[in-house]
Design a protein around this ligand. Sequence first.
Ligand code: PEP
Length: 264
Amino acid sequence: MRFPIIAGNWKMNTTVTEAVELVDKVRKGIGAGFSVEIIVCPPFISLTAVKEALKGSAIKLGAQNLYFEEKGAYTGEVSPLMLAGLCEVVIIGHSERRQYFGETGEIANKKIGAALKAGLKPILCIGEKLEDNEAGRMSEVVTEQLQSSLAGIAVPADLVVAYEPIWAIGTGRAAHGKQVNETAALIRGVLAELSNQETAQGIRILYGGSVTAENIAEFLEQSEMDGALVGGASLKADQFINMVEQAEYIYFPNNPPTKDLIPW
Ligand code: PEP
């Protein structure tokens, strides 16, 4: 079984104080009786404080980026060695990094290599632009992103891939569950070519792009999908908690959470 993930990407939001307040609410709201893997990715500057706030909790901590060099004259960058021991997970290749900071597949590739070397678990983000989607180039783009990001890397079974169509991120215009499921199957096929069937079957594939408590079930119910990477809605503790609870009900129907599901 692939263990489902609900991950929150807080992007460039929350001060350190706000980050701790948010994670405190999430932690208390979710309680201890959950089976899905929960990951929160606050800004770098809040990682230490959020780690402290999460002491004793199974909620995992992730960073939103890293630089691929271990140390040196790279002003403003954060190295994998600095993150190792502080968090377990790192988002790599997010479309906002590609769009605003010129990150390419080649850079994502170096970052994934560096993350794995440091013992961090990457969430590799891929997804096509609106014009590529409209021109029927989604498969081509997604395939190229996977190939370039994972070239020469022994793909680990605990890699996580987040399919995040750029036109769906922060727009309120989420993709459709069925369509996302077909894309996830395509992604798994490419992963099998880059590794092998067994590894590809174990890799978790998340959907991201305007996921909310209202629409998350549509994605979680798809056979090829293993959870969600949530941006904006992960900043609202009650929405995030509700999404985790929905995931519990969908993936673990025989082991429902101890609390009642908050009606949304
Ligand atoms: C994201 O940042 O990865 C994301 C999916 O954002 P949003 O949920 O806000 O669309």
